[in-house]
Design a protein around this ligand. Sequence first.
Ligand code: UDP
Length: 372
Amino acid sequence: MKYDFLVVGAGFFGAAFSFAASEKGKKCLVIDRRDHIAGNAYTKEESGINVHVYGAHIFHTSDKRVWDFVNRFSEFNNYINSPIAVYKDELYNLPFNMNTFSKLWNIRTPKEAHDIIEKQISSLDIKEPKNLEEQALSLVGVDVYEKLIKGYTKKQWGRDCKDLPAFIIKRLPLRFTYDNNYFSDRYQGIPIGGYTRMAEKMLSPSEVRLNEDFLKIRGNDLCLSTGERIEYDKLIYTGQIDEYFDYSFGPLNYRSVRFETECLPEENYQGNAVVNYTDEEVPYTRIIEHKHFERAESPVTIISREYSSEWKKGDEPYYPVNDDENNALYEKYLSLSKKEENTYFAGRLGRYRYYNMDQVIAEALALADGLS
Ligand code: UDP
């Protein structure tokens, strides 16, 4: 059993890379220690609804190449993410836009909103934002920060906004138009039929083996659980970089998420796919109502409450915590990884970066571009 590539992880990096590599005549074996493909984008059909088992995944990109690529494997619907934020008994539109400001301050025009925000910002005197709190305050002022950012961020990251990197809040657009589209990308949608089916098609030219843990078989003469011995020229590793090196410098910090998923005997629970709970008192960060991603018709509905927690060994990692301390630790693992021959670390966990799906796919295609 000889392969050009052993790809560890059947998420979107592994799936996109192996497909692009196969188009160049390379033979790939993709393994995953879970019992399914598609990584954290995995969807599972229940009662006619595609459930985003590891949390909401909304595809958006401005990269035409990536958009054309994913459209080879699935048709996409025209879903536009427009989350609602609940703060105590108040309801707001996200991202921060004229609908939000109009509700907050009972105003109508962009000038009125600009004036209020400018006034709030000028009294703060922040020159160069050093952390998420300063970044948020200097972008949107105190009211938006206090009601829509502070509590949510604290719950999501388990850290004070002063102890988090500024870049995280820049993921959210700030607009002075009545536009509730959460993303500013050119292309957006949900693959009709779910992410699992899309990943399945991407993986179709490759051999895929599930329930195979690379970290266990590497010490076992590279034998799969079937007893087959495998050989390969190059390794693509999309798991946690610190785990690959046995946490030799200590573990990196990640955030994990626990989902409380329920099927309710009603058609429409919250009227929107994503509702964020931005005050600190509500223990979960958001509730996802899965059917609204695809306008699924079903007499029942499935909702998931998301609870964020600090990752510990044995948990599923979701988000890297890219503060200075962790980034410095990652650099040490990166140096080690450069000494690993014919091995490439990739994806959110391999690169320890807060990547979106499209960025992961763009990197996979770029890596495959370099193949002869
Ligand atoms: N955020 C916030 N309030 C919200 C939604 C997001 O303050 O209602 C902040 C929070 O710090 C979060 C970050 O924006 O971690 C990025 O949000 P995004 O929706 O991109 O997070 P993801 O969907 O990746 O969990």
